[in-house]
Design a protein around this ligand. Structure first.
Ligand SMILES: [Zn+2]
Length: 867
């Protein structure tokens, strides 16, 4: 019989967990004594809570308020449901009790629950051991038995028994510290606010830190001993971020301190434990010498993202994981607001459209996508929704709503919502309600379909010739699918269509399948940009007449960069789905000949790369490289390879984009190889700036064989910086010699590579057109070794690896191979990604058949016109 997942009963609920944990590095284990104040709300003989891989040392005891103790007479664990049930001889009547439980568990390197991480000290070369936690979504139960559901909030008071030379850190400040025998100490922490179990955190180890205050709140950034110099950037961003959100939300930060700590072995990017935010090192620490601009932008984003959660997620929490987007969508959207505030020169909203909005429009166009709100049950399903839909689509539809309601009204609605639900749990509907009360707009009817339905629409525009003076457009919406098919569902979204001409702006709410909008007379004969600003989460299909009128405003850059970017993204997506000829998408690039905005350049490059990947095995494949080179080489001539002193950030960014677009251009290749040789000969004299390192290392490995390969491997071994190690790993995956490629993949599975970064080489190989086939065979042959190498908390990342390989495939044979392979090798942690992979291969295969002939003809014609 298959046991159905059910949520915990609310017959008995926790109010205060008093937890004493004894952490023992010598035996790689921990033991705990938990006294939890519970309220019995319905008479029961059994208390059931969550527990996983814990051993119970004695029979739990239930103590009533008048001191009567009852011992449980049986303890039953259920591995499938991850629960433990304590049965008592008599029914327990309604009232308040204290439940006493003693247990123990293992301290392993699983990267979930309470686990061990290590680092090598840069000061004395010794190994430093750390005990740390990662509980979201469902792994608090691996550390102590608990009601491990976000809605079952309680207060936590932790006490840790640890070696006396180590620092113990938790959510709240230390209340009391006392020395024990055998060089151990007892550290008692202040009570937490009422909160969910997944936000509890513990870190024990040797660390340095730097700190500052924002109002009364102390902010510390902790690093491995000797690395505090890498914390300056993070501390500055966090201090400004905390101030920004305190003002934006009009609610003070709830705790006395917030710590940000870099953990050497970490499964996610970062985790928003209340008061003790944990980060992967590469998401927090910045080396002033070698960090690139793009990595600083990413780090500032992650730092602010976690700070948003102190309110969105921690203070107000989703009632169940189905509403995860209330955490992640908000954090994704508001992190950009805070970073934009600190670094206006970074143009964060242009970055948002390029790196958040458009990528998720691509993934959400698959039939195998899912709605933002999706019923989830067991831990594996829950883990799978920490994906682009919750984060990026969630963030994108909030940007849309922010624009629709206007930023200030949106903010006031958010403040209202957070104040109303502080220390409580919510569902999506509660948010709509609060926003409606402030805005006086029916937010639910505007937003409901965007969160409850799968996918998004394309708005097809037709000009109506009604012989009147005015111009009328017929707008028709239908779900956009990457395979170009008609969707089986007939969702009608509420679409705020913003239209712009040189003579003004007009908005139109398209809430039917088809509607007609009449535009002012003054708009006759002028260009009309639809979805102006690309706030709307949809694509636009223009009639040729309107599209042609947009070419001049694009080439003259009258249209803002977001609109130039969005227009070509939509055209390439429509072409990929077979809605317009691929040659039409290529034609419009002529209007982008003098494009010089970094995000537009990057987006054109990724659209062309997707064409290049699909056609890379064809005889005309190389001509696509020529086309890409021709598109960007003018910019390269202007910008050069080297940064000029005092140049604006936008130019630095543009150069990085252009060089990466031109990674197959002979001049760029030659320059990179030359610089790498010089750098290896004399690294001090011939420094490579951070912005250029990744590209130069990769091109050196690709073109200079074993000598460069060994040099990069040596750089990896010698650097203490994780960011630099990551660059080296990607570069080593760029080898062209199959023997070297094999060596990289073997090495990624060896003890020389930390399990939490083992995915970097293999995913780089998957994204490399000349090596993915060799890499795929290696993965299939070594599947079990990859599975074992990836820590328990990161098995799902292997699903991303499979998807990355599959995105190259154009033959249904590959699809059969993947299906057969995973039938024989069940991989439940990656089932969504496998479904997406299979769908993508079908889309690619149909697309290639459709595009082959026209693209070859178009390219031959293009080639004949080049000198
Ligand atoms: Zn988050």
């Amino acid at each position: 019989m298959v046991e159905e997942f059910t949520r915990l009963s609310d017959a008995v609920v926790p109010r205060l967990y008093s937890l004493l944990l004894d952490i023992n590095f010598e035996t790689s284990s921990f033991s705990g004594v938990l006294d939890v104040a519970v309220e019995v709300k319905q008479e029961t003989k059994t208390v059931t809570l969550n527990s996983r891989e814990l051993k119970f040392l004695s029979s739990p005891v239930l103590k009533s308020q008048d001191g009567v103790e009852v011992k449980s007479n049986s303890t039953t664990t259920n591995e499938k449901l991850e629960t433990v049930s304590f049965e008592f001889p008599e029914a327990i009547s309604v009232g308040k009790y204290e439940l006493h439980i003693e247990f123990e568990g293992l301290l392993e390197g699983k990267l979930c629950g309470l686990y061990e991480s290590q680092y090598i000290s840069t000061i004395d070369g010794s190994t430093k051991r750390i005990a740390t936690t990662q509980f979201e979504a469902t792994d608090a139960r691996r550390c102590f038995p608990c009601w491990d559901e976000p809605a079952i909030k309680a207060v936590f008071q932790l006490t840790l028994n640890v070696p006396s030379n180590l620092r113990a850190i938790s959510n709240t400040p230390i209340l009391d510290e006392s020395t024990l025998k055998d060089e151990r100490k007892l550290v008692k922490f202040d009570k937490t606010p009422i909160m969910s179990t997944y936000l509890v955190a513990i870190v024990v180890g040797e660390f340095d830190f730097i700190s500052t205050f924002v109002d009364e709140v102390e902010i510390r950034v902790y690093t491995a001993v000797g690395n505090a110099y890498q914390a300056t950037f993070a501390l500055d961003v966090a201090a400004k971020g905390l101030k920004f959100f305190t003002e934006y939300f009009e609610i003070p930060y709830a705790l006395a301190k917030v710590d940000l700590i870099a953990i050497p072995d970490f499964s996610a990017g970062a985790m928003e434990n209340w008061g003790l935010i944990t980060y992967r090192e590469t998401r927090l620490l910045c080396d002033p010498e070698s960090d690139s601009l793009s990595s600083k932008i990413d780090k500032a984003g992650t730092i602010c993202h976690e700070l948003v959660h102190m309110w969105f997620g921690n203070l107000v929490t989703m009632e169940w994981w189905t509403h995860l987007w209330l955490n992640e969508g908000f954090a994704r959207f508001l992190q950009f607001l805070a970073v934009e505030d600190q670094f206006p020169e970074w143009k964060m909203w242009d970055n948002f459209v390029n790196n958040v909005h458009y990528p998720v429009l691509i993934s959400d166009s698959m039939e195998s996508s899912h709605p933002i709100e999706i019923p989830v049950k067991d831990p594996e399903e829950i883990k799978e929704i920490f994906d682009g839909i919750s984060y990026a689509k969630g963030g994108s539809i909030l940007r849309m709503l922010n624009n629709y309601l206007t930023p200030e009204v949106f903010r006031q609605g958010i403040v209202h919502y957070l104040k109303r639900f502080s220390y409580r749990n919510t569902q999506t509907e509660d948010l709509w309600q609060a926003l409606s009360e402030i805005s006086k707009v029916d937010v639910k009817s505007f937003m409901e379909k965007w969160t409850s339905k799968i996918g998004y629409p394309v708005v097809t525009v037709e000009e109506i010739d009604d012989s009147k003076d005015e111009i009328s457009l017929r707008l028709t919406q239908s779900r956009f699918l990457a395979n170009g098919k008609k969707a089986s569902d007939d969702t009608i979204w509420s679409i705020n269509v913003v239209m712009r001409s040189p003579n003004g702006e007009q908005k139109f709410l398209l809430a039917k399948e088809t509607d007609v909008v009449t535009l002012p007379r003054s708009w006759n004969d002028s260009w009309i940009k639809i979805n102006y600003g690309h706030y709307g989460f949809f694509r636009v299909s223009y009639p040729d007449s309107l599209l042609q009128k947009l070419m001049d405003p694009i080439s003259l850059q009258i249209l803002p960069c977001i609109d130039r970017l969005g227009l070509q993204e939509d055209c390439f997506a429509l072409a990929a789905a077979g809605k317009i000829p691929i040659t039409s998408a290529l034609e419009i690039l002529k209007a982008y000949q003098s494009e010089n905005d970094p995000n537009v350049v990057s987006s054109i490059c990724s659209c062309l790369n997707s064409v290049r990947r699909l056609h890379s095995g064809q005889i005309y494949g190389d001509t696509i490289d020529d086309l890409i080179n021709r598109q960007f080489e003018g910019l390269y001539r202007q910008l050069g390879f080297e940064e000029k002193e005092g140049e604006p950030v936008s130019i630095t960014k543009l150069r990085t984009m252009v060089l990466s677009a031109l990674s197959r251009h002979p001049d760029v290749i030659a320059e990179a190889r030359k610089r790498f040789k010089a750098f290896i000969q004399d690294p001090e004299k011939n420094k490579i700036p951070g912005d250029r390192r990744g590209l130069i290392y990769s091109l050196a490995v690709k073109y200079d064989g074993e000598e460069a390969y060994n040099a990069v491997l040596d750089l990896y071994d010698k650097t203490p910086l994780q960011q630099e190690k990551q660059r080296c790993m990607s570069a080593l995956a760029k080898a062209t010699d199959p023997k070297l490629l094999d060596r990289t993949l073997e090495w990624s599975l060896s003890a020389d590579v930390r399990p939490n970064t083992a995915y970097v080489p293999v995913i780089t190989v998957a994204r490399t057109s000349y090596s993915y086939q060799t890499g795929w065979l290696f993965v299939l042959e070594n599947w079990q070794r990859f599975y074992d190498k990836f820590p328990t908390g990161m098995k799902d990342v292997l699903g991303h690896v499979v998807l990355a390989f599959a995105s190259n495939f154009t033959s249904m044979k590959n699809s059969d191979e993947i299906r057969d392979f995973f039938e024989k090798n069940p991989f439940s942690e990656g089932k969504t990604k496998i479904a997406q992979a299979l769908e993508l291969i079908t889309v690619n295969s149909e697309r290639l058949q459709r595009e082959k002939e026209p693209i070859e003809r178009w390219l031959n014609d293009w080639k004949s016109k080049q000198n």
